[in-house]
Ligand binder design. Structure first.
Ligand code: HEC
Length: 115
């Protein structure tokens, strides 16, 4: 009797676990990548200064490699406040929107994918 009870409990537990991982897979959002999610944002928000094509003379951020390498510093600077030293985008009076800042952080969390 005791054995049966343990067996049924284990089967129940297995069912619950199987369901959990199933729903987690369904809920997971697709991972962000540079080509689709970051490139256009940087080209808009960090131009002209960091986009050589637009006449930018600062460190170029027009490629996947440069954004990937500097992502920690980029996130640090866009999270500063406009009066802080080092704040980006330089000389703007407002920070990027929360959702734009979140995009950079999510991209890093997702593993810095190119496409
Ligand atoms: C109006 C021009 C301008 C814009 C727009 C601008 N920057 Fe900058 N950026 C600068 C200047 C000038 C420097 C050099 C001075 C400094 O380091 O603070 C710089 C430096 C940086 C650095 C340090 C680079 C290094 O040499 O290590 C980072 C990172 C950076 N910017 C990120 C950004 C990001 C991300 C954006 C867009 C969200 C942005 N910047 C928008 C002018 C700009």
């Amino acid at each position: 009797m005791k054995k049966l009870f343990i067996l049924t409990s284990l089967a129940g537990l297995a069912l619950v676990l199987a369901n959990c991982s199933g729903s987690r897979k369904l809920a997971a959002a697709p991972k962000l990548n540079y080509e689709t999610s970051l490139k256009a944002v940087v080209a808009t928000e960090c131009a002209p200064c960091h986009i050589p094509e637009k006449g930018g003379k600062k460190k170029p951020y027009d490629s996947y490699a440069s954004i990937k390498t500097d992502i920690d510093e980029i996130i640090r600077r866009i999270e500063l406040n406009p009066n802080d030293r080092g704040f980006m985008p330089f000389r703007k009076t407002a920070k990027l929107s929360d959702s734009t800042i979140a995009l950079f952080k999510q991209w890093r969390a997702d593993g810095l994918l190119e496409k």
